[in-house]
Design a protein around this ligand. Structure first.
Ligand SMILES: NC(=O)c1ccc[n+]([C@@H]2O[C@H](COP(=O)([O-])OP(=O)(O)OC[C@H]3O[C@@H](n4cnc5c(N)ncnc54)[C@H](O)[C@@H]3O)[C@@H](O)[C@H]2O)c1
Ligand SMILES: [Zn+2]
Length: 358
């Protein structure tokens, strides 16, 4: 069993536990209180033995898909929790990928002004990223995750064995965020040297699949360091948004139906690295390295690119201006500056943005 702590103050505090098969004894991590389970219909079918551990009246199952990460589902969950008479001393367990985790997390932060939250991530993306760090929320037609809160889970219980049922497409989504961590690792101020970039450079997709324990540990540890320093995204934490301003624009324009988050992040990384190269922040060699990684892990190919290129550049840029990170109507972007390092550049001019969209 591995433990990683996020610890800054009362509001920024989580315990991450990584252990194979912990799902079989989930109750071991529970206290003597009522736990409300929030999950989706796919996971409920795959893991009925976990659902049965909860009192039937305290199980809430939502529809599966990013397009359901919206105010309607939020309202549905809140009503179900109130109907089942949730009390302040009770807790919410989010069992699922990033969609379930973000929605359940936001409900936990709002209901009765906040009840305890436990995250049990079941996708690679959620284990490496979304279940950690307290960001919760949902999408609107105006943009991705524009409604949300920072609300740290008391515990994040990671069982890599959940990944046995994950399909290839979802595995690739996780790789989108994992490549992000490889490209920001040195900026994370973590004392370990995981050297994810080198690891991904020298290993093939199937080898990486065999060492997901290492990858999950590395990403969780990098994120824990960053959010322990800056839980509410005042400065350092912004680096975790590398590639995301582009990604969110594409997810929004396609009404959250066309691109998975991980795939959109990969394309966002491609745009950001092109911009960095055009600004002469990075060498041709490093630019090619990033491209090579995205292609090697099947996150970018001509067919995928065609789907992104279908959208008008001015519409994408106008959506980028609606992003949460925009300040005084100016776009700030994280751009790569050296291997495994990024920096924030403010007031990116519109012509530069246009040129960065492939
Ligand atoms: N809060 C954060 O810090 C943060 C960070 C990154 C991403 N996100 C959010 O996370 C979301 C993406 O998360 P995701 O990629 O996990 O998507 P997801 O939650 O939609 O899950 C992907 C698919 O995998 C299925 N699934 C989940 N676990 C499974 C399992 N063990 N076996 C088989 N199928 C399984 C789901 O039902 C779904 O169909 C986006 O909404 C994104 O905005 C949040
Ligand atoms: Zn993300």
């Amino acid at each position: 069993m591995e433990k990683i702590l996020i610890s800054k103050d009362e509001n920024i505090k989580s315990e991450i536990i990584i252990e194979n098969d912990l799902r079989l004894n989930l109750e071991y991590y529970f206290e003597n209180k009522n736990y409300f389970l929030i999950t989706n219909e796919t996971i409920a079918k795959l893991y009925p033995e976990i659902i049965y551990k909860f009192n039937k009246s305290r199980v809430i199952i939502i529809k599966d898909g990013e397009k359901y990460k919206n105010i309607k589902t939020f309202e549905y969950i809140l009503n179900e929790l109130l109907k089942a008479k949730i009390e302040r001393k009770d807790a919410i367990v989010a069992l699922g990928g990033g969609v379930v985790g973000d929605m359940a997390g936001y409900c936990a932060s709002g209901i009765l002004r906040g009840v305890e939250l436990i995250q049990v991530p079941t996708t690679l993306l959620a284990m490496c990223d979304s279940s950690i760090g307290g960001k919760t929320g949902f999408n609107t037609k105006y943009g991705k995750n524009l409604i949300g809160s920072f609300y740290f889970a008391k515990k994040i219980l990671i069982d890599p064995q959940f990944l046995n049922t994950l399909d290839e497409k979802q595995y690739l989504c996780g790789l989108g965020e994992i490549i992000k961590y490889a490209l920001i690792e040195k900026s994370c101020l973590n004392k370990n040297n995981f050297d994810l970039l080198n690891y991904l450079n020298i290993n093939q997709k199937d080898d990486v699949k065999k060492s997901l324990d290492f990858i999950i540990h590395a990403c969780a540890s990098l994120k824990a360091t960053v959010v322990s320093i800056d839980g509410f995204e005042k400065d350092l934490r912004k680096i975790l948004n590398f590639g995301h301003t582009f990604a969110h624009a594409y997810e929004t324009i396609s009404k959250y139906k066309k691109f998975s988050h991980g795939l959109a992040v990969a394309y966002g990384i491609k745009c950001a690295s092109l911009l960095a190269y055009q600004k002469e922040l990075i060498s041709k060699e490093y630019f090619n390295n990033i491209d090579f990684l995205l292609e090697k892990f099947d996150l970018i190919n001509p067919k995928i690119e065609k789907k992104f290129k279908k959208y008008k550049k001015d519409e994408i840029i106008s959506l980028m201006y609606q992003d949460k990170k925009v300040e005084n109507s100016k776009i700030n972007l994280l751009l790569p500056t050296a291997p495994a390092q990024v920096a924030l550049f403010d007031n990116i001019a519109q012509p530069s943005l246009e040129a960065s969209l492939p």
